[in-house]
Design a binder for this molecule. Structure first.
Ligand SMILES: [Zn+2]
Length: 266
């Protein structure tokens, strides 16, 4: 069983990921369950210019698109609520949405770079308080540029010890050493494998423990065969780790962190 903890839908900027491709790709590569968020929540482009108004969609509309999708595949898909704290901000409607759809939405997604905001910004406080109240985790984009540093997530994870945080990419564009050091130090700080090298994934498991690393891919970012790039990683996880450690990385950690019902149901 494989659970992909990090996939997307959405068409914006260079991205074009349809619901149909997600399902086709999961079926083709035997991905049992995936956690999906909508990239249409980006607020700033790759040069950190604010996206023009006709590209901006509301938090509610982008997450409703995810909701409609996951509702069609309740045993296969769960959603993450992509937040837009920079241009839109918090509203009580978010809590309402999460509570009303708690069987379908299992956490929050925040993109430090494309929201042009460090995770330590005070605008994140109401979202963090809500994550704590609902007992759901936060998945964060982490990378080498200052605004996306893992250290920002570490500092918030220290301040919110009862919320789980997943550092997607474990510091994209780095050798992942910094992320591994941080993940090791806090019980509520996790790493994912999206765009991480096989060596770093194995090292992260060795140093931090297999219960701290989650399989994730960004599929279908490069189309229906994005998983092609991860086949060697999956096979390394299965052959170089014990069965228990491999299962932790490939699905058990995500089941636990996202509070998903027992795997036997899938
Ligand atoms: Zn992503």
């Amino acid at each position: 069983m494989i659970l992909d903890s990090h996939i997307h839908i959405g068409a914006i900027m260079k991205f074009d990921m349809s619901e149909e491709i997600v399902i086709r790709s999961m079926d083709r590569y035997n991905i049992g369950v995936a956690i999906v968020s909508n990239v249409e929540g980006v607020e700033f482009d790759s040069d950190l210019n604010e996206l023009p108004p006709h590209f901006q969609k509301s938090q509610e509309s982008i997450n409703t698109r995810v909701l409609n999708f996951v509702k069609q595949h309740p045993a296969k898909l769960k959603g993450l609520y992509w937040i837009k704290p920079h241009l839109e901000g918090y509203s009580s409607k978010i809590e309402e949405f999460m509570v009303n759809n708690k069987e379908h939405f299992v956490g929050f997604k925040f993109h430090q770079y494309h929201s042009k905001m460090r995770f330590t910004d005070e605008k994140l406080v109401p979202y963090l308080n809500l994550a704590r109240k609902l007992n759901v985790p936060f998945a964060l984009h982490t990378a080498s540029e200052e605004i996306s540093l893992c250290e920002h997530v570490y500092s918030i994870a220290t301040a919110y010890p009862d919320v789980n945080f997943i550092m997607v990419h474990m510091g994209l564009g780095t050798d992942n050493e910094g992320a591994i050091k941080l993940i090791k130090q806090l019980p509520n700080l996790y790493g994912d494998t999206t765009w991480v090298s096989i060596d770093s994934v194995l090292k992260a498991v060795r140093e931090c423990g297999s219960e701290k690393i989650l399989f994730g891919t960004d599929s279908p970012i490069d189309g229906v065969d994005t998983y092609e790039k991860y086949l060697d990683m999956i096979s390394a996880i299965r052959t170089k780790l014990s069965e228990k450690d491999a299962d932790n990385v490939l699905y058990r950690n995500a089941m636990r962190i996202f509070n998903l019902p027992s795997v036997d149901r899938y």
